[in-house]
Design a protein around this ligand. Structure first.
Ligand code: OAD
Length: 254
């Protein structure tokens, strides 16, 4: 409880200073909303596949229908899910202290946005968005044809395929999002890291970047992560239980 009180004092003191609180979230943020982590989503029918077979351009080109079906199932799970108390606590803090919080997420779901953090920086894209697999070779452009049995959506004329708007293994992160996340980590006074294993780069590097620039690093995770050694304080708890205790202020309901 001592750690919680000290961590709470830090985030409350940041309130009102532009960009003072940078928050990095990972899959654990949405776990209590019922969205499985990437690896946990490889269960049941999908357990026999390697992640790279389902989340890479190579895998999609080899088996477009299989990959499309896997994402269709995950999209359905995201649409059914609701933001949890952790998402709401972050949105409440942002409302209370406009401009203080910069939220950076590795998650491809839209739960931060639905909770009210419309400006969250999305490092790994948006699972609900569609985009073309390759730039259109024609002018004025590709036109989608609905999925036919055994076929994901594609261009009726040039066969270009529609793919989910996420970052796959081997792909670059969207440059504007990464640049904005780096700026936020360099400028913050407190870096709050929630529900990430810290194993995926370059996102994990944001934490050491913040620490090197003098930020206090707080981690919220029920289990050890690969970046615990970067933290000034580790709060062993889940996102939905811990974030309201950390972020809610007596003024929040005012
Ligand atoms: P991981 O699946 O690697 O790690 C999830 C983390 O959440 C672990 O450290 C858990 O201990 C923690 N966790 C579990 N339940 C939690 C809860 N209720 N509250 C808080 N934390 C909890 O997820 P990420 O670190 O987000 O990449 O991994 C990042 C990327 O790896 C994902 O964006 C995805 C995946 O491969 C791409 O799709 C490119």
């Amino acid at each position: 409880m001592q750690d919680l009180a000290a961590a709470r004092a830090l985030v409350q003191a940041a309130g009102g200073r532009p960009g003072a609180l940078c928050v990095l979230t990972g899959a654990g943020m949405s776990a209590e909303s019922g969205i499985p982590t990437f690896r946990d989503a490889l269960t049941g029918l999908w357990a026999r596949f390697d992640p790279a077979e389902l989340a890479s351009e190579e895998g999609f080109r080899a088996q477009p229908q299989r990959v499309w079906d896997w994402y269709a199932e995950r999209r359905e799970g995201v649409r059914r899910a609701e933001p949890n108390a952790g998402h709401h606590a972050l949105a409440g803090y942002a409302r209370l202290w406009p401009g203080t919080l910069v939220l950076v997420t590795q998650n491809v779901d839209d739960l931060h946005q639905r909770a009210g953090n419309a400006d969250a920086i999305r490092l790994h894209g948006d699972i609900l968005a569609d985009r073309w697999l390759q730039p259109c070779p024609r002018r004025p452009g590709c036109r989608p044809v609905d999925a036919s049995p055994g076929r994901p959506p594609h261009c009726g004329e040039c066969d270009n395929l529609v793919r989910p708007g996420v970052v796959w293994f081997g792909e670059e992160l969207p440059a504007p999002a990464l640049a904005a996340a780096r700026r936020a980590s360099e400028n913050c006074a407190v870096m709050l890291v929630v529900g990430t294993s810290g194993a995926v780069w370059p996102a994990a590097g944001l934490v050491s970047r913040a620490r090197q620039r003098g930020a206090q690093v707080l981690i919220v995770n029920p289990a050890p992560s690969e970046i615990d050694d970067q933290a000034h304080r580790v709060l062993r708890g889940t996102a939905a239980r811990t974030l309201p205790l950390l972020l809610d202020s007596p003024r929040a309901g005012a």
